[in-house]
Design a protein around this ligand. Sequence first.
Ligand code: ZN
Length: 638
Amino acid sequence: MAGRIREEDIATVREKARIDEVVSAYVTLRNAGGGSQKGLCPFHDEKTPSFNVNPSRGFWHCFGCGEGGDAIGFLMKIDGLGFAEAVERLADQYGVLLRREEGGPDERPQGPQRRRLIEAHAVAQEFYAQQLRGPEALEARRFLDQRGFDQAAATTFGIGYAPRDGEALWRHLREAKFSSEEVIAAGLVAMGRSHYDRFRGRLLWPIREVSGDTIGFGARRLYDDDKISAKYLNTPETPIYKKSHVLYGIDLARREMARSAQAVVVEGYTDVMACHLSGVGTAVATCGTAFGDDHARVLRRFIDDRRAFGGEVIFTFDGDSAGQQAALKAFEGDQRFVAQTYIAVAPAGQDPCDLRINAGEEAVRELIAGRRPLYRFALESVVNRFDLDRADGRVDAVREAARLVASVRDQSKVTAFAQEVSKMVGADIDTNAVLAEVRRAGRRGQQRGGAPDRTAQRPAGGGGETTAEESPGPAVVVPDPGDPRYAIERETLKLVLQHPMAIGRTTAEISVDDFTHPVYAGVWQVVAAAGGPAAGSGDEGWAAKVRAGATEPTIASTVTALAVEPIRTAREPDATYVAGHVFRLLELTVQRRIADLKSKLQRTDPASQPDDYRALFGQLAALEQHRRTLRNRIVGAP
Ligand code: ZN
């Protein structure tokens, strides 16, 4: 870590930096009399200038929003720089040598001065832009044209072409009196057996920092015989280019970001261009790396503290699973960032560049305007992996969504998220049920991740609370005989195994769908395979025969249990008793199907899907009718 910049050097910077010059690079100033200058404030929206600069005092102040300070503060604010960065920038500009505390030598990175690397990039950028107009760059111009970018767009974004020659830039920079050391440190030229240009036969986007200085390039492959197969190449890490911080387009977007407290993160250079040309002036992209915490910090400097509730960061995804994965990962990251993060998913997996070509600039603006909160997108991605038309699908969906919600540290948000999940999944799962799952997921998370030492210290056999409530064991477990959810299923199967004669004709209507527990469904399948209850009529060895047909040990042992467990009636089970169970079993199935339909109906929009809606409504009416019939048969069972 470099030592602190000496106070006396900072004072020299303050003294030498001319506030009106520094501000004029960003704000148009006019004389306001009394030695003052005035302009439109870059930090808030205004129509009449209230942003004042006083060169003799070295200060600026806005009477509209109350912001103010010196040149260092201005740069920090407008370009999102740290204090030391702002001081270094001004020191470069005004020729002040910075020394560090702790008596040691200047601990700034050794090698060429930052200013020289910036200058080399300025020369390179101009050189490349010129090449784009030359005869060799036909393929590069065609690439831009196919993506809807004309010459004016190329100029705005400073796009260039790196000749295939391989040494053209090196020769040009040498003529411009740059040393080998400087151009290599800048990442523009590399050294093999001799010097060679880092980018050869590629279309180039200059990557600029907030001030507008070019600090690197992104390079698109154009030719099939390009020895480097990567579609995009970027400047390597250099003293001025840090890919974890760099955002393409930040120089164009920063002011609009500050004004609107909004930032749009897209995936590529052409997407940034398409957005800006379509009127989305806050678009940026990372350069050859995933969006990370450092990028988030850069954006925050522009969009935060303009609004009490923080700004918005909107990510565009083309809706593929990689994008969804990224969203889910972000959800588990920095919570403050999550709260202000939005997702815009383009129709049919188009990126903003495609969208502008196929549907026009309006469509790009609509894409951004149609943003959704990240948390909702993430929850929907999880929930939609399940078949919500099935009761067990809904239960699984809630369990998975609850895991995500349980990772939210801000407890004030948990209830709101649980409400969202309940709404997404359907009628039969209310917010409280979701919250119960969230608490369960939270406990499981703690057991996995937290405080293993405490668990270890607990005496062996010291209570059941150490066991996970739902261990990820085998999917099929023996049902608890006392579980009320499956009482009718169990009792019916007991009758089937113990009194096949009494159950008689009513069993014709039973199917495997009437059993919701997988083990009971399995028992019914072996019963059916043995010929059904009618086959057991008068057969002393019926239960043993059914058991012999079971290949799963869990099913076989359950058959035994069901064959010996006492029937829940004191008297001999007669036809009325049996029919009561069978019709109740069938009624439960109909009730489940009704719940499924209602849930589906709730998720069907009668306005946009009127036919689906009507069809579902018809099915629902038929099921309700069937349920009433079954109810009558239970009540009036013979
Ligand atoms: Zn202001």
